[in-house]
Ligand binder design. Structure first.
Ligand SMILES: [Zn+2]
Ligand SMILES: [Zn+2]
Length: 390
C-alpha cells in the first residue's frame, strides 16, 4: 500500500482536534465525540466499529495478515467541568466544559493512527482502537470492561499515552513499574452538640475538633508510613453547619489520598480511622470515616516499556527519549486495563510554555499530534511484526 502524506495527515488531525476542542463533553456524555470517532473509523475502512461500549465508548478493530496476536491502543474522550479562558477561534462552545486535559489531542492522535494503519498496513495481526469515556471520573475503563470489552474485543497487551505540559514537544518519557498513583477519596463526619457562640462549655462543638483532626491527619504520611513509600494525604474541604454566632454541631472534612501500592492505601485508611476516633474522643464528639478507592495505581510492564522505548526510537530524537525520573502522584483510569493484560503508559511533551493540565488556560499543542500518531503506529508495527510473542 502507498504511504500516506504525513503533512496532509497532520493538517487533517489539527482540524479534528480543534473540532473536538470546540465541542467538549463531560464523562459518559461524549455522544457527539463518540459519533465523530465512529464515523471517522468507518470512513477509514476498519473491519469493525462498535459503539456504545460501556456507555459512550467506541472500539475499532483492524485486521491484517494471519497473525493471531492483538494489541490495543487507548485514547480518552472526555472533558472537564472547567470554564475555558481562551480567545482561540476553536474555544469551547459548551459553557462550563472544556478539554483541559488534552483528551481532544489524544483522540485525534489515535484517529490518525487508525487512518495510517488502515491505509498502509505494515503489521500482522489485530489492532483494537479503544476510545474510552469518562477517564476523569475513573469510571470509564471499568464501564467498558464490565460491558465485556475483553471477551468481545480480546487483546494481549495495551498501550496508552498522555501529553505532558513542561516537557518539550517531541520529547518522550516513561518508566517500568509504578508510574501513576492510586487515588482514594475520604470524608470524615464529626458530630457533636452545637450551641451559642457565647457559651461553648454548654455544648460539644465540632469546629475546634475538626481543626485538630486536619492537623493530626498530616502525621499519617510523615509519621505512620515508611519514607520509602511515596504517598500523599490532602485535606481539601472543611465544611460546618455553624454560623456567625452559633457553634457547629456538624463538621465534614473531605480530602484525597495518593499511593502506589494497595497495602499503603489500606494503611492510610486504617491510620485515618485510628486518628479520627482518637481525636474525636479527645474533644467529646463522634467521628465517622467514609473511605473510597477511585483510581488504582498504574504499573507499567517492564517488557512492554522496553518495547515502547524501542518504538519511540524510530519516532523521537535519541536525546529526547528519557526514563521518567519518578512516578507521578496523579492518577489514570488506564490502570484498570492492566488488571487484565500487561500494558505501558507513556508521556509526550506538550511544550515548556503549556499551561498545566486542568488549568482554564490549558490547550493541547497541535505540534505534538504527529509524534503521538507515529508512536502508536510504530508500537503496532513492532509488536505485530509477526515475530513477537510473549
Ligand atoms: Zn485529566
Ligand atoms: Zn487526562
Amino acid at each position: 500500500m502507498s504511504e500516506l502524506d504525513r503533512d496532509a495527515l497532520k493538517q487533517e488531525m489539527i482540524f479534528w482536534r480543534r473540532d473536538l476542542h470546540a465541542h467538549p463533553e463531560f464523562g459518559f456524555e461524549e455522544k457527539r465525540t463518540a459519533a465523530f470517532v465512529a464515523a471517522k473509523l468507518r470512513e477509514f475502512g476498519l473491519d469493525d466499529v462498535a459503539e456504545g461500549v460501556g456507555g459512550t465508548g467506541v472500539v475499532g478493530t483492524l485486521k491484517r495478515g494471519s497473525g493471531n496476536r492483538a494489541i490495543a491502543l487507548r485514547a480518552d474522550m472526555d472533558a472537564l467541568r472547567i470554564t475555558e479562558q481562551s480567545a482561540a477561534p476553536y474555544r469551547s462552545g459548551n459553557p462550563g466544559i472544556m478539554h483541559a486535559c488534552g483528551h481532544d489531542g489524544h483522540t485525534a492522535m489515535l484517529l490518525g493512527a487508525a487512518k495510517l494503519l488502515a491505509g498502509e498496513g505494515g503489521f500482522d495481526g489485530t489492532v483494537r482502537f479503544v476510545f474510552q469515556p469518562a477517564e476523569e471520573w475513573g469510571k470509564g475503563a471499568l464501564s467498558m470492561l464490565d460491558d465485556g470489552l475483553m471477551r468481545r474485543f480480546p487483546f494481549d497487551e495495551i498501550f496508552g499515552l498522555h501529553n505532558m505540559p513542561g516537557l518539550p514537544i517531541g520529547h518522550f518519557e516513561t518508566r517500568a513499574g509504578p508510574i501513576m498513583s492510586a487515588e482514594d477519596n475520604f470524608e470524615i463526619v464529626l458530630k457533636g452538640l452545637g450551641g451559642h457562640a457565647a457559651r461553648p462549655h454548654s455544648g460539644n462543638e465540632t469546629l475546634v475538633a475538626a481543626c485538630a483532626l486536619v492537623t493530626n491527619l498530616q502525621t499519617i504520611v510523615s509519621r505512620r508510613l515508611s519514607p520509602a513509600d511515596i504517598s500523599v494525604v490532602s485535606v481539601t474541604e472543611l465544611i460546618t453547619d455553624g454560623t456567625r454566632n452559633a457553634l457547629p454541631g456538624l463538621a465534614r472534612i473531605l480530602g484525597d489520598a495518593r499511593s502506589f501500592r494497595p497495602e499503603v492505601s489500606a494503611e492510610i485508611e486504617r491510620q485515618m480511622c485510628i486518628i479520627a476516633e482518637g481525636t474525636a474522643a479527645a474533644y467529646n464528639v463522634s467521628a465517622e470515616v467514609n473511605y473510597s478507592r477511585e483510581f488504582v495505581p498504574l504499573r507499567n510492564d517492564a517488557e512492554l516499556v522496553d518495547a515502547a522505548f524501542a518504538a519511540a526510537g524510530s519516532v523521537f530524537e535519541p536525546a529526547n527519549i528519557a526514563v521518567a525520573r519518578q512516578p507521578m502522584t496523579a492518577s489514570e483510569d488506564f490502570a484498570r486495563f492492566l488488571d487484565h493484560v500487561p500494558g505501558c503508559f507513556v508521556f509526550l511533551g506538550n511544550g515548556e510554555t503549556s499551561a498545566p493540565l486542568h488549568n482554564s488556560s490549558y490547550d493541547f499543542n497541535d505540534d505534538g499530534l504527529l509524534f503521538g500518531t507515529n508512536f502508536h503506529v510504530a508500537v503496532v508495527r513492532q509488536r505485530l511484526s509477526g515475530e513477537t510473542g510473549r
